[in-house]
Design a protein around this ligand. Structure first.
Ligand code: AMP
Length: 281
């Protein structure tokens, strides 16, 4: 695996691969890699001659500075894991190469309705930061194929919108969420939980599963309240637990029994903000 920090060096190398007719697959991450990240790398490797993984903890997408400060960094282990996985290139940009004039007063993106629900209002500025970094990473890597996780359902929709705004031909693949044996969605943030917290952390998965099992046509609030109660019993402070149209993300209050839905949750446990989602059909 090549480890490249410099954007012109990366571009020269990737141009040589593209000119040889090879396709470039890209997996952007913030590091502290787990099996979920590696599953994206494996999917990219299976379909592209050259797979680039990036690790960059993007300051502009953290609305909470303490969350940025505490974001886990495990670079040596990440490098070994990516080597083992057979990743072609690890791109490790610096903040000053991606944001040469700093991070104040950056461009904004019209995300419309998508920025007004769920993660949007709960993490002001988060999706603008995601778009700011993704545009820069995509311009540096110029992949044909992009691999992201369904774990961040709304983020995938935001990046799809960004690709549209950019007029990009990059194909976005949304890959399934990898879970621990007890259902907890793998996440870099899970390592901030205590042992006791970790044991209760699958409450989000259980709440989403309860909704999936008990959902009936008609008003959805009763099943959502049971899901919230389960989260609270497990010691979570729920931020949202809602049902939405699976392709537009508009919240759904009354289900017709047919419309494809996704249940989305964000909740704090021991001060750690965890998110997850589950499609209902
Ligand atoms: P992050 O490092 O958290 O920014 O995540 C990088 C990419 O990995 C994003 O596209 C995430 O959606 C994806 N990802 C994170 N957790 C999982 C998971 N448990 N299963 C599959 N993909 C994941």
């Amino acid at each position: 695996m090549l480890l490249i920090k410099d954007i012109p060096v990366l571009q020269a190398y990737l141009a040589s691969r593209s000119n040889a007719g090879e396709s470039i697959g890209f997996v952007p991450t913030m590091g502290a890699l787990h099996e979920g990240h590696f599953s994206l790398v494996e999917t990219a490797l299976s379909a592209n001659a050259c797979t680039v993984c990036s690790i960059f903890v993007n300051p502009t997408q953290f609305n909470d500075p303490a969350d940025f400060e505490k974001y886990p960094i495990t670079l040596d282990t990440d490098i070994r894991g990516l080597e083992r996985a057979g990743c072609s290139v690890l791109f490790l940009p610096t903040a000053s190469s991606l944001y040469p004039v700093g991070t104040v007063g950056l461009e904004t993106y019209d995300l419309g309705f998508l920025d007004t629900v769920f993660e949007g209002p709960n993490r002001p500025g988060h999706f603008q930061g995601v778009c700011q970094v993704m545009r820069r990473l995509l311009e540096a890597v110029e992949p044909q194929n992009l691999y992201m996780g369904q774990k961040d359902y709304q983020q995938c929709m935001v990046v799809s919108r960004l690709l549209e705004i950019m007029g990009s031909s990059v194909r976005l693949y949304t890959c399934p969420t990898l879970r621990e044996a007890d259902g907890l969605a793998m996440s870099s943030r899970n390592r901030r939980l205590s042992e006791a917290g970790r044991e209760k952390a699958n409450g989000i998965y259980q709440a989403l599963s309860l909704i999936k099992n008990e959902l009936k046509a008609g008003p959805v609030e009763p099943v959502l309240s049971r899901g919230r109660a389960l989260l609270e019993e497990k010691g979570f402070q729920p931020e949202y637990l809602s049902l939405a149209d699976a392709s537009r993300l508009e919240p759904v209050n009354v289900w017709d029994g047919k419309q494809p839905l996704v249940a989305l949750a964000a909740a704090f446990l021991e001060g750690v903000r965890l998110i997850d989602n589950m499609t209902m059909n």
